[in-house]
Design a protein around this ligand. Structure first.
Ligand SMILES: Nc1ncnc2c1ncn2[C@@H]1O[C@H](COP(=O)(O)OP(=O)(O)OP(=O)(O)O)[C@@H](O)[C@H]1O
Ligand SMILES: [Mg+2]
Length: 311
């Protein structure tokens, strides 16, 4: 089964596309079959990060229904084993997907025949972004050391949580006070842990369902554009705060150093890890790729063990 890895985080420009391209290339170099899917709909640029021209084939063909299999819209890149599904040729309206269109994409993503399916998401917390992020129980968030980026990351996690809770409450009947608490939390009038407290008070028999659902999520965090003047422990601190306040697993994968050559590689339309493989930033990306492979393996083993226990 493929490992779907959505890459998001609230803030624009943090480096989601740069990290997606780098991780994808490094996984492919380990002989994994990898596809990168550009889901920054309406603002796609992942093709440039991996050094290919906007391909004629891509997501637009799946959206127009001229092909029914999303796999047929993937194009090869210069790196063996690394493929791209680009949305560069999609029409402008693609940014505002209809519900049916979104569900069709989500379903198709789950059947892509690769070892890793990396989803490059846009900034912000639109329902489309959140629902695509929730395609998998494993999500990656990219942030920078700026306080605004850290704030947006926490807001992104809260919104993902509230979206998940809302979907859960649509599927199972919850007390109206619990449902109201999700809306209040959305308006910023209540903290996310308070929603759980309401469940304990009004729907105690749903506690296991709620905790079980949230505990299945594994969030990995990457701090990009790290500079020497920044706090080297910032990522670990954020990991501790998130593990304390939310009910999922948060893992900090590491820092990626700021390097002006990232800008140069994008200007040259070349994949950074290919053009500058021996820089500190490329080494950081390699270390994070190793961490990621190991976290994915552990999570899969845990899930398999839980599955066996239930049978
Ligand atoms: N490690 C880095 N060192 C130096 N510059 C970087 C680094 N990572 C990203 N950048 C710069 O930040 C810019 C934004 O990166 P990128 O497009 O990957 O962000 P993004 O999060 O995908 O943005 P958006 O939300 O707009 O999709 C790049 O054009 C590049 O110039
Ligand atoms: Mg991007």
């Amino acid at each position: 089964m493929s490992q779907i890895l959505p890459i998001g985080g609230g803030k624009g420009g943090a480096g989601k596309s740069f990290v997606t391209a780098g991780l994808g290339a490094l996984l492919a170099k380990q002989r994994k079959r990898v596809v990168l899917v550009d889901l920054d709909l309406g603002a796609s640029n992942l093709h440039t990060m991996v050094g290919v021209k906007p391909p004629d084939n891509g997501l637009h063909r799946f959206m127009e229904k001229s092909v029914s299999d999303l796999e047929l819209t993937a194009v090869p890149t210069l790196i063996p084993n690394l493929f791209l599904i680009s949305s560069a040729q999609c029409s402008m309206e693609i940014a505002n997907l209809y519900y049916q269109q979104k569900m069709r994409i989500i379903k198709a993503l789950q059947t892509l025949p690769y070892d890793y399916v990396l989803l490059d998401l846009g900034a912000g917390t639109s329902f489309n972004t959140l629902d695509i992020f929730l395609t998998s129980h494993f999500g990656i968030m990219v942030f920078t050391p700026e306080p605004t980026s850290v704030e947006n990351t926490i807001r992104f996690i809260r919104t993902v949580y509230l979206r998940k809770l809302k979907l859960l409450m649509k599927k199972h009947s919850f007390h109206s006070a619990v449902k109201d608490s999700v809306d209040q939390a959305h308006r910023g009038q209540l903290n996310t842990p308070d929603v759980i407290d309401r469940v304990l008070r009004y729907d105690p028999e749903k506690e296991a369902l709620l905790r079980g659902t949230l505990a299945r999520f594994q969030f990995s965090m990457i701090l990009n554009q790290f500079r020497k003047i920044n706090d080297a422990a910032l990522g670990e601190k954020l990991q501790i705060v998130c593990n304390r306040h939310f009910y999922s697993d948060f893992e900090f994968l590491g820092n990626i150093g700021y390097d002006d050559r990232v800008h140069d590689s994008i200007n040259l339309k070349k994949l950074f890890v290919h053009k500058y493989p021996y820089t500190e930033t490329a080494t950081d990306l390699k270390g994070i790729t190793q961490q990621l492979v190991s976290v994915c393996r552990t999570k899969r083993q845990l899930q398999a063990a839980n599955h066996e226990k239930l049978q």
